[in-house]
Write a protein that binds this ligand. Sequence first.
Ligand SMILES: Nc1ncnc2c1ncn2[C@@H]1O[C@H](COP(=O)(O)OP(=O)(O)OP(=O)(O)O)[C@@H](O)[C@H]1O
Length: 212
Amino acid sequence: MGEVCLKGVVVRYGEEVAVTLPDLELAAGEQVVLLGPSGSGKTTLLHLLAGLLVPSEGEVWVAGMNLAALNESQRDAYRRGKVGYLFQDFYLAEGYTVLENVLLGLGLAGIRGRVAENRAKEVLKTLGLEHRLGHTPKRLSTGERQRVALARAVAHRPSLLLADEPTAHLDRSRAKVALELLIHTAIGLKATLVLATHDPWVVGHFPRQVEL
Ligand SMILES: Nc1ncnc2c1ncn2[C@@H]1O[C@H](COP(=O)(O)OP(=O)(O)OP(=O)(O)O)[C@@H](O)[C@H]1O
């Protein structure tokens, strides 16, 4: 079995909506782009892999674990420890500084104190944000906000990195920088990368495409 495996998955939202997802097997460290029009189930698939959602039918396996067989606190521990999630709208904690935003994510993964502080500063430096540590997100550009979100998503060194429309708010040149950072960060972590987009331009950056 691969690092990520989906078999016969259907997700029902209430009585009306049933999202059927294709079977999928990804090797550890693989990079794949999920493509499909709005409503095709890209976010649903990312939420399943993050353990934010369990399938109504079928199985979702990550790193040898059947996520639906875990209880809620085991799934929380899985998500906080092994998954990095880059949200389309970043979801930064606006009342906290850049450094604190990354420390919050590390804290959820159980990494605190001096180790966390060193790790957060190191990641923020790698992403070119060392001069922004004490700033709150509202003082940053969109590209910088996204890099903070990326720092927070990867500081705990996840083995699975999920990104939902990460270029949606960026112009083409910033999108290119952001995408390259994301891809290189995943390679550096040896993490499996799954990215959802409906932008055909993004697709060419990935060796494997999955159409929903
Ligand atoms: N919480 C929810 N309640 C009801 N229906 C939902 C919910 N979340 C998603 N859906 C429905 O499930 C289907 C798949 O949605 P999903 O958000 O996964 O698609 P998507 O491909 O990510 O779309 P987009 O590109 O617009 O983000 C859609 O028909 C959507 O309306």
